[in-house]
Structure formats: C-alpha cells, structure tokens
Design a protein around this ligand. Structure first.
Ligand SMILES: N[C@@H](CCC(=O)N[C@@H](CS)C(=O)NCC(=O)O)C(=O)O
Length: 229
C-alpha cells in the first residue's frame, strides 16, 4: 500500500471480542489499518448503512464493506494468505472454521456474557447486572464450555493440528473480557485450558493487544480482588 492510498478502516470498539479477533488477525498478518472505535449501540445511520445488523466489527476497504468478523477473516486470509491462519488440508481447515464458529457463538454468549452483564449493562445501558444470569453462566453454562474446549484441545498446544490458527484467535478473545469481569479459568479444574489461554494470549500478535485492553478504559471495572494475571 502506497502512502497516498487510504488505509482500510476497522469500525468497532476495541473492547468487543469480535473486534479484538480481527485486530489480532491483522497484527498476525502485518496489515496496516485505522480504527474508528465505533460503538454498536445507538450507532449513527451512516454506520448502520455499512453494518445493517448494527454490529461491530465492520471492515471498510475502498468500496468493499464487510460487517462480520468471520467474513473479514475469511477475506483477509484469501487476500493476504501469508502467514496463513487456516490449515491447508481440508479436514483441519474445516475444524478450525467450526471452532471459530463455536467461539463466536457459545464462547461469546457465556465467557463474554459475564463481562456484558457485569460491565456493559451498568455502563452502556444503565441497568443492573442480572446476578442470577451471571450465576447460571458461571456455575452451569461455563463448565460445559470449558470441558468441551479441553476435549477439543486434546493435550495439544493449539486447537487444530497443534498449530496456531483462526480457532485460537477466536476462542481466546472473549477471555480478555472474562478477565476484565474479574474472572479466570479455574486452574485446578481446567489446567490445560487455563494454560492454553495464557499461551495464546502470549503469542506476539496477541500479547500487546491483551495488555492494551486489560489496561484500557475498562480496567477500572475489574474487581480489586481479581485473581487474574
Ligand atoms: N457475528 C458477528 C457478531 C458481532 C457482535 O455480536 N458484536 C457485538 C459487540 S461485541 C455487537 O455489535 N452487538 C450489538 C448488538 O447486538 O446490537 C461477528 O462475528 O462479527
């Protein structure tokens, strides 16, 4: 890209796990971009025209507008294949895409759901945290998710074929929000998953983003007695 060309724009606030997922993929591939920090709530008409579901992230590159993190990553992988974020072999490739989908749905709902209730509800919506829902997430929903992820990991370093991929980027993202909600994976009950999340967050493309987000504008909501790293 020459200096006269405008940089692609990533619309979306850094705190969103889906925006973080795209930021990490961009860092991994060394792609330059600018970021608007757009919130999805009460978004201006101009943004909703670009992102008809009024969700973040949304990628804008010239006339190309892509309003979904998975579509953005698929585009980036095709357009900038090196370094790859998907295995080349069909089966593992599909497996990585399934785990990306699981992260974007179940992990988002449960792991990031705790952050949404504890932090976003009182701040963005001026509503009380639904403590009953948080208890349900922590005591009932999350253990199933953590068991499933441990199973998928199968003692390997990364989720698919032992190599860092889209699956790891997507899964680990919501755990930054989990930490900001004062929670962490219980290392006694899920030791492999706990060290896996730390390992993914320590990758060169992830570490600066995790640090910035943990120290960013939402750090003040993190409970003082939080036992997270
Ligand atoms: N499938 C979408 C999900 C994006 C998403 O749900 N983003 C949240 C922010 S973390 C959002 O924009 N929520 C606004 C809303 O649901 O109205 C993606 O992967 O990009």
């Amino acid at each position: 890209m020459t200096s006269s060309e405008a940089l692609p724009v990533l619309h979306g606030a850094n705190i969103s796990p889906y925006v973080r997922k795209v930021r990490v993929a961009l860092a991994y591939k060394g792609i330059e971009y600018s970021n608007t920090q757009q919130s999805p709530f009460n978004a201006p008409e101009e943004f909703v025209e670009k992102s008809p579901l009024s969700k973040i992230p949304c990628w804008e590159e010239g006339e190309l507008i892509l309003p979904d993190s998975s579509v953005i990553l698929s585009y980036l992988e095709y357009r900038y294949p090196d370094p790859p974020l998907l295995p080349a072999v069909a089966g593992p490739r599909a497996r990585a895409l399934w785990l990306e989908e699981y992260a974007d749905t179940k992990v988002g709902e449960t792991v990031a759901g705790v952050f949404f209730q504890r932090v976003i509800m009182p701040t963005a919506f001026k509503q009380e945290t639904d403590e009953q829902l948080v208890r349900h997430l922590l005591d009932s929903a999350l253990p199933k998710v953590f068991d499933y992820l441990t199973d998928c990991l199968g003692g390997e370093e990364f989720m698919v074929s032992g190599k860092f991929s889209i699956a790891d980027i997507a899964i680990a993202s919501a755990f930054v929000n989990f930490a900001l909600a004062g929670e962490t994976v219980d290392t006694d009950r899920w030791p492999e998953l706990a060290s896996y999340i730390q390992r993914v967050h320590a990758q060169p493309c992830y570490a600066p983003i995790v640090k910035a987000d943990l120290e960013g504008e939402f750090a003040r909501f993190r409970p003082k007695d939080s036992h997270n790293a």
